[in-house]
Design a protein around this ligand. Sequence first.
Ligand SMILES: Cc1ncc(COP(=O)(O)O)c(C=O)c1O
Length: 434
Amino acid sequence: MDSTENLLTRDVSTIWHPFTQHGLGRSLLPITEGKGTRLRDSSGREYLDMISSWWVNLHGHGRPELAEAVADQIRQLDHVQFAGATHEPAVRLAEQLLEKANLAGRAKVFYSDNGSTAVEASLKIAYQHWVNKGTPRRLFATLRGAYHGDTVGAMSVGQSSGFFDAYGSLLFETINLPVPLVWNGFANEQGTNEALLQIESLLEKSENLIAGLIVEPLVQGAGGMRFHSAEFLDRLCSLFQQRSIPVIFDEVMTGFGRTGSFFAFQQTSAIPDLICLSKGITGGILPLAATIASNRLFDSFLGSDFSTALAHGHSYTANPVSCAAALCSLELHDRTNSLEQVARINRRMKQHLELLASHPKVENPRLLGGIAAFDLVTDDSSYSAGAGRKLAAKAQEQGVLIRPLGNVIYLMPPYCTSDEEVDMAFRVIANCLG
Ligand SMILES: Cc1ncc(COP(=O)(O)O)c(C=O)c1O
């Protein structure tokens, strides 16, 4: 048995993988190396990582700057609990995140360690804000098709993604709002007006029950790269904020340049009360998350005993090594002009998407920042739809790694992806479409 076979056998006997039906016995890629946009397997074959390793990678794999920042930080201070202690990397990172969000002096940063916990913290903050005011409210409003992570609160607000049907009775009740989808050449103004009218009338009835609104701004990711307009988002947020209902922007996927601006909310005139960040925060090399909360919310937790404090914290909250990686990643954004790279990738993907749009198997092509997506015409649009999976398997054979969401094919490449690599990815996809 060679060492790859051995690894795969050992994996099968020891490991339970995420979002995987082990009963299907699908093969795994034994990855040994990552450099730039490319991942290499144990036989030396290379794959273009066109999904940024589950949307975390920004500057490419194996960046020496990140490796050095992490090593230096471990030698200085590896970890200390973040209740009753603080450290330079956490404070500097908070300052810089607030600066990037134009929220310096207006908000605070609460750290955790993954996207789901960033969301849990935001829900708890919005919920307890009302408890602390003495007027508890129990319901969260969510957008249809939303996904916010896999912990119980995050699943509750993401029930309509369809991933969590098995947990139905475990999840808390939410109010599900319509979302007018848009794609290239379809601004959906009528759908937008209709959705907002429905939402307004619902708010008139249930306003006093609603603790918060949570949305993935501009792009609903795991639910199928579903896009909505900045105009819809602006008007939606003002309906809630006029009524002092906190608005949570889950920027776990959209943050750090993915949609073309540093944060997606910067393409709108909305200023969310809470912002959830994770994934790209460390450039994609270590787990870390931040929930940015307005001073108005923070102040509602102040008191003279613990009863109004936020009872939330993780062992690795604000891990200094992750914070050092995040600080280095922010420097890399500046040094590489990351937003210009995203704009360049956008221009290249636009050309390809325009060509693909006339293919009979391609529907609803859409593009925002560094995210390109289309629906594959098929009878089955469920997450486990076979058509997307078959296309991905063929693309993998030709050296391009994608992971369709059901029949939704998308690319979300790292920002160091060259024009030629974008060309290759689209060539392979066009080839696989037949
Ligand atoms: C918008 C959004 N929120 C939250 C999460 C959960 O993040 P994590 O997988 O780090 O828990 C994800 C993950 O894909 C996401 O896309």
